[in-house]
Design a protein around this ligand. Sequence first.
Ligand SMILES: Nc1ncnc2c1ncn2[C@@H]1O[C@H](COP(=O)(O)OP(=O)(O)OP(=O)(O)O)[C@@H](O)[C@H]1O
Ligand SMILES: [Mg+2]
Length: 312
Amino acid sequence: MEAIATPTLVGLEKEGYNVIPTANATFLTMNRKGIRQLAHETLGLPTSNYRFAATRAEFDAAIAAVGTPCVVKPIMSSSGHGQSVCKTPADADNSWRISQEGGRAGGGEVIVEGFVKFDYEITLLTVRHAGGTTFLNPVGHHQVDGDYRESWQAQPMSESALKQAQDIAKKITDALGGYGIFGVEMFVCGDQVLFSEVSPRPHDTGMVTMISQDLSEFALHARAVLGLPIPKVTFYGPSASKAIVVEGDTTMVEFENLDEVLSEPDVQIRLFGKPFIKGHRRMGVLLARDETVEKALAKVERAYAKLKIKVL
Ligand SMILES: Nc1ncnc2c1ncn2[C@@H]1O[C@H](COP(=O)(O)OP(=O)(O)OP(=O)(O)O)[C@@H](O)[C@H]1O
Ligand SMILES: [Mg+2]
């Protein structure tokens, strides 16, 4: 689902179909260019430095303009596909090659972004619903090769950083419009918050809300798109999630030792039932809740260590 014909959604909306959240939001967030230009050039939100490049010559010019280290991403890709860090100008060949081989909908135009040495990164889940806009507690996360591995809630933030993050999330989600949940990804450096990207739907790092809140990001999305009220979201306490990423080339994978995995209180597992693996694939998620974020993360790691994954 990396490449949806979003202009068709724009046409359907004109015919009266209800596209969630709006056809324009799906169109703008489908590729990195639309959303980055809206965020920075139209709304003036702070972002990393960036340039777009459609050819090798433009790419070299973009690397020179942004400087190294920088991050190279196909404008049509997600989950780290085709993405690389270009540490020095000598890495340019390699980064360009990776971007053009991007696998799932890689190749073509790229964005070159200045590498942000952030202290931490967050997803601010933001719900636009009939009663207004609700911000959930910030979700912190850790990514490996552009793919989320662990997330936690609530990420501790200074009052000023949280306020900036909420302002950014409000501006970008208002510009996209419609009802539903948005995952607004941001980098925090000291007291400065930079907008990175936004999903017009539930976010992978937000799976932690399946254990941290009475209404998960999915429940909130459903309520919002149905125009139902969301008078309150109850936060149950510090929580963590860990993606179960499996490598192999198979249609047969088994998860064992679940009695041990689930032996501690406030631990859950969700297995997605995906039919095959080629390379690496996120096959499920472990969830844990505890008194602090640190304890919740330690608990989810303990559960993960007990999980036996058999690739047949
Ligand atoms: N300019 C940057 N500076 C530093 N780190 C970055 C930068 N851009 C991306 N990253 C790192 O790579 C991760 C993935 O980047 P990004 O969210 O843009 O890609 P993605 O492929 O859309 O990923 P996903 O679909 O999983 O959200 C970020 O969460 C961050 O950890
Ligand atoms: Mg992302």
